[in-house]
Design a protein around this ligand. Structure first.
Ligand SMILES: *Cc1c(COP(=O)(O)O)cnc(C)c1O
Length: 369
């Protein structure tokens, strides 16, 4: 029995399973699959998702930061975990938790090498990210010689994989740019094969990469958003199933007169009067103020009820004049009934931001699986 059982983020593990198989079906059978579970598995529940991915046979997991990896290890997750963006001060905690760092810069590689030497690590698995045009983190192709030199004579680390990240794999207009990134990565792969020790595996594609550029799959792919049910294009959204469903309920109904205002700063004025519903979720829960002023809406009784006026910290008001409903009735913000992508695009953002922003104040409820 939980407090306010009507407000929660439902996490549907059957939907995750469907999405996993859909993404895998786009790959060669031998391609490895890394599930990206950073940011609480895109705002859902990283432990439940990681456990399910482990059971489904995923080969790898990735998180952004070291503490996210520690969180998974402490919950008993045993798959290899790639930490995409470790920070210098974290490096000493990685080995203790069998976390595999992405060493994305000369500074980080040098630091980790000296630390690994000091602590007596042998062949510790690390990954090297290369920059092919995103210009975010990573080595440049012409760093390969420097890396080879830095590694000479040390058996402390083993380069487990080399990878890069696409900047615009979801954008058909950026096709030429993406093909150039794939080409650059191919060149890096050739350099690495001749100059670096070991036989690192290679990976480039994120979800939209898998869907739009399957020729770039190499040995592994790294899927995040697709696992959670969004494919950055209507045809893929239709094939995938949203994992998270944000539901709440009507706390109170009000009948208002024409000309009355609703919410802070007189954010809405009712032209004809009518019925408004107050719902117990707000910007502190991750429904930002950009969803106010009728940009976002809730599904109540199968109909869309727009958010009127300004989103409050803990509440929103929605217009329900034409909708038969009563206090306690269910209200849905995203999920199978209305996509997070639809809501996000109305508010000028993307599904990733809406999903990852749902605060920890909202209870997670695992269903299916
Ligand atoms: C977040 C991330 C991914 C996952 O991208 P999606 O578009 O969610 O599939 C893959 N690789 C890297 C390096 C990332 O940072």
């Amino acid at each position: 029995m939980s407090v306010d059982p009507l407000t929660c983020l439902e996490i549907d593990l059957d939907a995750l399973e469907h999405n996993y198989h859909f993404l895998r079906s786009r790959l060669k059978p031998e391609t490895n699959f890394l599930g990206v579970v950073k940011a609480y598995a895109y705002g859902s529940d990283s432990i439940a998702i990681a456990r399910k991915l482990e059971a489904l046979g995923a080969d790898y997991l990735a998180v952004a930061f070291t503490r996210e990896g520690i969180h998974l290890r402490e919950a008993g997750i045993s798959l290899p975990i790639l930490v995409l963006h470790p920070q210098p001060a974290d490096l000493k905690f990685l080995a203790e938790h069998r976390l595999e760092p992405n060493l994305y810069s000369p500074r980080l590689l040098k630091l980790f090498l000296s630390l690994a030497g000091e602590t007596g690590l042998e062949h510790y698995p690390v990954h090297l990210e290369f920059n092919t045009g995103l210009n975010r983190v990573g080595f440049w192709e012409n760093d390969v010689d420097w890396i080879a030199e830095a590694l000479e004579g040390s058996s402390a680390i083993e380069i487990c994989s080399v990878f890069s990240h696409l900047a615009a794999s979801d954008d058909p207009k950026a096709r030429d740019f993406t093909l150039r990134q794939i080409e650059s990565f191919a060149a890096i792969v050739r350099e690495v094969a001749t100059k670096l020790p070991g036989k690192p595996f290679k990976h480039l594609l994120n979800t939209s990469g898998v869907l739009n550029y399957p020729e770039g799959q190499w040995d592994m792919v790294r899927c995040g958003i697709g696992l959670y049910g969004y494919g950055n294009a209507p045809q893929y959204d239709n094939a995938l199933r949203p994992v998270a469903r944000l539901r709440t309920h009507i706390s109170q109904l009000h009948l208002i007169e024409p000309g009355e205002y609703v919410g802070y700063n007189m954010g809405y004025q009712s032209p004809k009067g009518g019925k408004i519903a107050t719902l117990p979720v707000g910007h502190a829960d991750g429904i930002g103020r950009q969803y106010g002023q009728e940009r976002g809406s809730f599904i109540i009784g199968g109909q869309r009820a727009p958010i009127i006026g300004n989103v409050c910290m803990d509440m929103v008001m929605v217009e329900v004049s034409g909708i038969p409903c009563k206090e306690g009735d269910q209200a849905l913000f995203f999920g199978p009934e209305i996509s997070a992508e639809t809501q996000a695009s109305q508010a000028g953002t993307i599904s990733y931001e809406l999903l990852t922003g749902i605060s920890q104040r909202i209870r997670r409820e695992i269903i299916g699986g």
